[in-house]
Structure formats: C-alpha cells, structure tokens
Design a binder for this molecule. Structure first.
Ligand code: MN
Length: 231
C-alpha cells in the first residue's frame, strides 16, 4: 500500500525521565473551569456541566519556544492550563477509576483568538476559529504520574515579560481531573495519546509579537514561549 503523499508524522511530546515520547492523538479542552475566570468571561461560575472544545493534535507545540502571532485576530490571548495525558483508553469511566487512565501531566497554553471566539460565541457559532489553529497549544514535557503523582493542588500562574498576569490554584478547578475524565468518557471513547487541557484561572489577556510568556505550575519546570511576528 502506498499513499499519495507522506502522511503527517504524529506530534510527539517529551517525557521527563523517559527516552520514549508521548504521541498525541486528540486534544480536548475544558471551557471555564475556574470560577474567577468564568466571571471575567461574563459567565456564571455555578457548577453547570463542563463543556469542551477540541484543538488539532498538530496544534500542540512540544516544549514551547517560538510561536507565531496567528492570522485573523487583533486580540490574541494566553490561557495557562494543567494538561492531562491519557495512556489507557476507555468509555464511561467512573470517577473513582479515572486516575488509572492518566499517564501524566504537563504545563500547557490554550492560546486563543479572543475576538474571534467571542464573535462566534455571541452568534451561537462554533469556537473552532477562535481556539483551533496552528501553534495554538504549546505544551511542556510530561511528568509521569507513576513518578511524580497526581497534582490536585498547587499554584498555577502565567507571566508576560516577567510580570504575573494569571494566578490560581489547581485546588480551585470547578471540575477535578477525575470528574473531567469521567464526564468526557461518557461522550467519547478516550484513547491512549489523548490530552485534556483542564481550563485556565483568571487573568487572561492579550499578547503581541515580542512578548515572552512563562507558564508555571508548582512542581513542574516552566514552559517558556515567545511570540514572534506573523508569517
Ligand atoms: Mn482554556
């Protein structure tokens, strides 16, 4: 069997302490999972069911570094997030079993064309153009749960040019990691290689070319990203 052209290679994320890489299958993202961020988006933070959107697997930028200011926006924003990496698939996963499906965790950025997202939101249209685009999901190396545990609390913050813009604590997630996995698995067959971006704390804001972003979660190495001019 031959193919018309070379199929795209999978996105591979480094793993701390391992030679093997983590191949990305799908990228699920939780919307509004910290109360203070829900409020800054103009929404009620009461515990309604979580909602999700997806990003393409090839929008993940392993290790961060330089990412380009994307086309089609005048309000390009940062969202720092804890990312869950799934190594064991399943459907209808009970909350009590959910962590057994987790390989590990990383520090990620859900980069967003906020003006495009809000225009879509306000018209009842899909969020894809606001959330799903090239280089929209920088991700630091994964920390295996087997060696580093399952973080359920700890500071999460985002600095722009050294100044703290976002700050929160993993303990403030409205939907915990096990609850999020369980909910998602009622709608999708989760598979090894899936990533879940778990939502961002308050303080999101715009960035421009030249800005240096530092994503920081207690217990993880910083994720460093620099915004470079549009292609
Ligand atoms: Mn987000």
């Amino acid at each position: 069997m031959t193919t018309l052209f070379e199929p795209q290679a999978p996105t591979l994320v480094p793993i701390v302490g391992h030679k093997e890489m983590f191949p990305v299958r799908r990228v699920y993202c939780v919307g509004r999972n910290y109360a203070a961020h829900a409020r800054e988006m103009g929404k009620d933070p009461d515990k309604e069911p979580p909602f999700f959107f997806l990003k393409p697997a090839d929008s993940v930028v392993p290790g961060g570094g330089d990412i380009h200011y994307p086309p089609g926006t005048k309000n390009y924003q940062h969202e720092i997030e804890l990312v869950v990496a799934i190594a064991k698939g399943g459907r209808r996963i009970p909350v009590a079993d959910a962590l057994s499906h987790v390989f590990g965790y990383g520090v990620g950025l859900d980069m967003t064309r906020r003006d495009v997202q809000f225009a879509a939101r306000d018209l009842g249209r899909p969020w894809d153009f606001g959330k799903s685009f090239d280089e929209a999901a920088p991700l630091g190396p994964l920390y295996p749960a087997a060696s580093h545990g399952h973080p359920s609390k700890g500071a999460i913050s985002l600095l722009v040019n050294g100044e703290t813009k976002q700050h929160g604590d993993l303990a403030d997630l409205i939907w915990s990691v096990p609850e999020t996995i369980s909910f998602l698995s009622d709608y999708y067959m989760l598979q090894p290689g899936d990533l879940i971006y778990t939502g961002t704390p308050a303080g999101v804001g715009p960035v421009v070319a030249g800005d240096r972003l530092t994503g920081r979660i207690e217990g993880f190495a910083d994720l460093d990203v620099t915004i470079v001019p549009a292609l």
